[in-house]
Ligand binder design. Structure first.
Ligand code: ZN
Length: 301
């Protein structure tokens, strides 16, 4: 995927279409200056940088899981019509590869996570962990990459993107200290996370949690555990004393309920990791993080 992006970046610079005197509020559905982000939370992060100068739409609808997304023909059309596409990268959006090939490589791509070194997976070898956005400090890097990409795309807006990025980075730093304060309520020995797939690695690294295990092996939602892997996870949970399993609102609860019945752990079913929500509780990236942290603190403290 990286190669495709690099190629597109090269083509994109030549084929670059400029935003024309678009100083007023961005217009939804306008064909001029169409900026697309792959996922809802990325669109929100990018919109904070773009401000009123350009509108950023999400390719995926609210609630869709980018790991498992099956693109529709309209997605290929949307990408073909967009002038700039913002992706997470780090193998998060597998569905985009074929879309980019079909779109003929006319757009330009910003990889938000470019330059961040991925963490080692706890177990498996299923590829790199793309979930950097669960640590707001990495989202600062996303913002810098998006700021630079937007400024290259629309040089006249560079100063606006710079000042919007600064303001949003201040909010992200505030979020980071808020999370530290909340997590401090959890006794260190109870900072244990079990998730559906391995999605909270960067969050765990930053805020001092241990990943006890994941129901679905690896860092994507696509796989299923074997009977042996389920049995091993149940043993890990019993041995660790982890109090809860945390699922994304879009996850199937069946296996978690099965594990809970054998271990007595609580199942928290309403984290929002892969998508924002329409309105509360996760209408923005910052709200999404606050909601997740509150749910984690509530279950573990
Ligand atoms: Zn995930």
């Amino acid at each position: 995927m990286k190669n495709i992006f690099n190629t597109l970046l090269g083509i994109g610079v030549l084929a670059l279409l400029f935003l024309t005197s678009c100083g007023s509020a961005p217009q939804r559905g306008s064909n001029a200056g169409t900026v697309l982000a792959s996922a809802t939370f990325l669109a929100d992060i990018a919109q904070n940088v773009a401000g009123n100068r350009v509108r950023v739409d999400s390719l995926l609808p609210i609630g869709a899981d980018p790991h498992a997304y099956q693109p529709a023909p309209r997605d290929a059309a949307a990408i073909a019509q967009s002038e700039l596409l913002i992706v997470n990268g780090a193998e998060y959006e597998h569905f985009i590869e074929s879309l980019l090939e079909n779109a003929g490589g006319e757009g330009k791509v910003i990889e938000a996570a470019a330059g961040i070194g991925p963490r080692e997976e706890a177990e498996g070898g299923h590829g790199m962990d793309p979930h950097f956005w669960l640590d707001p400090n990495y989202v600062v890097v996303y913002v810098e990459n998006i700021r630079d990409g937007l400024a290259q795309f629309d040089p006249g807006g560079a100063a606006v993107y710079q000042s919007n990025a600064e303001a949003y980075i201040a909010e992200l730093k505030e979020l980071d200290s808020w999370i530290r304060g909340e997590v401090a309520q959890i006794p260190p020995e109870r900072r244990l996370l079990i998730t559906n797939h391995e999605s909270l690695g960067y969050f765990a690294d930053r805020y001092g949690f241990t990943l006890v295990g994941a129901i679905v092996p690896g860092t994507s939602s696509g796989a299923s555990p074997s009977a042996g892997q389920m049995a091993a996870l149940i043993e890990q949970i019993k041995a660790s004393g982890a109090p809860a399993i945390f699922l994304d609102a879009g996850d199937n609860e069946t296996l978690a309920r099965q594990i809970a019945s054998e271990t007595g752990v609580r199942v928290v079913t309403d984290l929002h990791i892969e998508s924002l929500t329409e309105g509360a509780p996760a209408a923005t990236y910052i709200d999404m993080m606050k909601h997740n942290v509150s749910a984690i603190v509530e279950a573990l403290r």
